[in-house]
Every structure is written in structure tokens, then in C-alpha cells.
Design a protein around this ligand. Structure first.
Ligand SMILES: [Zn+2]
Length: 327
């Protein structure tokens, strides 16, 4: 079955779908790998895609990065407790995992198609910046074992740090493969997906099935039912990820004001590893137009190569303000 690029619907909303890009088609040979940072991302963002691949006879694997156990407000609400200990977190993660298994059954994904990596919820970015090679090796092995023809991965521009960083890790892992699968990036938090994308609308039956799968996530519906229902009712929109981007550029998209700069940290990540500086120590110069340019003597030749701007302190607000950018 062909992926439904809802060009007419997109055109009516003034959205741009690049006509030069052929949307992928599905068949019994399709091997879809969905990379989900938390339980529910796969249903919310790719519930229709999964169903369409399964309907075409293709195989689906879900790679779950964390158990979503660092989720204190729904847990406090449903368990009527203020303090959350390690053992409580563990129990919450198991609960969310059971919800995911239930949701996947609704989407016709067999239980053995779920693979969990057990990474720390809200800790993937720190993991990558502190010791990324271990995470990268695990991910590359998992991807290599499944041999996907298509990967659905979180968008680089997702404001949840686990999501943006998952994108970076998947891209670096895929760059190690001899042959790159097609990649479609989905957005759960934020607005900026990019201008080249395809949409999957799904049939009424597939939409109903997706909502049914979402119902399995009772822990998440408790405080966010309306938001999740609305999100799941939208057509699924995927940015096209070019497998081999062109020559990396050194320009940064950010112009942080001077008074903020003492609290900012800049990190560059590529296959070669991670380099990280306080803003004032970072290898930067401003060009004639006032744009910051990285002046690294090595590392910028790596493809892909990503840069991250973030607070250099722990903030209460969990979402990224600047986040990641691909050089
Ligand atoms: Zn998530």
C-alpha cells in the first residue's frame, strides 16, 4: 500500500509538500523501525504509519528508549502521593510498559516486536554528552540487527530533550551503516518540523484504531486526555530526512543576548565524539552580518554533525529553548 501523502489536504492548509520527493511505498518487504523515546510516542506520532505498514504485510519493530518512568505529576495524581522514591518510579515505568504492550496489540504489532533499551527517562541528552559512545554502540547494534528499510524517528526540532537527542543518536548510528534506510522524522512537542514533509491521513477505521490504542495509556490520559486526543486526531506529518546531507555549514541559527551568555553551553556532536564549551569559551566568531560562526579546526567535516545550545544549569523547565541544530 502506498503511503498516503495528503497533498490536497495540505495544500488547503497552505502547507508545503515537496513535489520532487516521492513518498515511500509499503509492501511485504517493508521493515519499519519506530524509535520511541517514551511509551505513547509510537501511538501518538506513528499509529497510522504502523497500521499501514502492517496492512501491507510489512514488519514493524518498536525501539523504546526509556520506560517513561520520570513522569512525576501523573504519578502523584493517580497514586495520591507527593514523594516519589526509586521503587515508585520503577513501578510507574512497568505500568507504562504494560500500557504500551496493550496499545501495540491494538495496532496489530506482535509483543515480540517491542525492544526496550532501558535508558534513563529525561537523561538521554546527558548520556550523549557525557558518554555518548556507549549509547551510540547500543543503538547502532539494535538498528543493524533489525535491518530496517524505513525508520520513523523523533524530530531534531522536538522541544523535549529526549526526543531531539534521540534524533541525533539515530542519525549517527545510521551513518555507520553501509546503506542508509529511508528516514521520516515526527514531532510530538513544538511546532517546527521543517518544510519538506509528507502526511498520512489514514482511513476512518485506522483513525479509530489509533484512538483505541491511545486509550490504553490511562496513566497519560489522566491529566492530558484532551491534548492527547487532539494530537492523535491530526494527520501524521513526517519530515523527510536526507540520508547524506551536503557539506556541513558552520553558521549557528542563534543570537543569544549578551546578558544570557554566561549561563549558556554549546556542544558539538558527531561520530568523532562530543565537544562542549561554556559560551564564552566556545570557538566562535561573528561574521559581517552578525551571525555566529563556529571556528573549529577539526570535527566540522564530519557528516552528520550537530550543535546544541542549552542552559549550563539545571532548570525547572524541562523543554529545550534552543535545542539542536544540524550543521
Ligand atoms: Zn516522548
Amino acid at each position: 500500500m502506498a503511503l498516503t501523502a495528503c497533498a490536497a489536504s495540505a495544500a488547503s492548509k497552505g502547507l508545503a509538500i515537496d513535489p520532487a520527493v516521492e513518498p515511500p511505498t509499503f509492501s511485504a518487504l517493508t521493515r519499519l523501525l519506530v524509535v520511541a523515546p517514551h511509551p505513547d510516542d509510537e501511538t501518538l506520532a506513528t499509529g497510522l504509519l504502523i497500521q499501514q505498514v502492517r496492512a501491507a504485510g510489512g514488519e514493524v519493530q518498536i525501539l523504546l528508549l526509556t520506560a517513561g518512568d520520570n513522569n512525576p505529576w501523573p504519578q502523584r495524581w493517580l497514586e495520591r502521593r507527593i514523594r516519589i522514591r526509586g521503587v515508585d518510579r520503577q513501578r510507574w515505568g512497568q505500568r507504562r510498559l504494560a500500557e504500551m504492550q496493550h496499545a501495540l496489540r491494538q495496532l496489530d504489532v506482535p509483543a515480540q516486536a517491542l525492544r526496550t533499551l532501558g535508558w534513563p527517562d529525561m537523561g538521554i541528552t546527558e548520556g550523549l554528552l557525557q558518554s555518548g559512545s556507549g549509547l551510540l554502540a547500543t543503538l547502532a547494534e539494535a538498528i543493524g540487527e533489525f535491518h530496517p528499510s524505513l525508520i520513523a524517528l523523533p524530530s531534531l526540532h522536538d522541544r523535549h530533550p529526549d526526543h531531539g537527542t534521540a534524533h541525533v543518536l539515530v542519525r549517527l548510528a545510521v551513518a555507520r551503516l553501509a546503506r542508509s534506510p529511508a528516514m521520516l522524522a515526527y514531532l510530538v512537542h513544538g511546532r517546527t518540523l521543517g518544510v519538506r514533509y509528507v502526511e498520512i491521513c489514514g482511513s476512518a477505521g485506522q483513525q479509530a484504531c489509533k484512538q483505541q490504542a491511545l486509550s490504553a495509556y490511562r496513566s497519560q490520559m489522566a491529566l492530558s486526555r484532551n491534548r492527547l486526543r487532539r494530537l492523535a486526531a491530526l494527520p501524521e506529518r513526517y519530515a523527510l530526512v536526507p540520508p547524506r546531507p551536503g557539506q556541513p555549514a558552520s553558521a549557528l541559527p542563534w543570537l543569544p543576548p549578551a546578558w544570557l551568555q554566561p549561563w549558556l553551553r554549546l556542544s558539538v556532536v558527531s561520530e568523532r565524539g562530543t565537544q562542549s564549551w561554556r559560551w564564552r569559551d566556545a570557538p566562535l566568531r561573528r561574521d559581517g552580518e552578525g551571525i555566529y560562526q563556529l571556528t573549529l579546526t577539526s570535527g566540522l567535516d564530519d557528516i552528520p554533525c550537530f550543535v546544541r545550545l542549552a542552559w549550563d544549569l539545571h532548570a525547572l523547565w524541562i523543554f529545550d529553548h534552543w535545542g539542536w541544530h544540524e550543521l
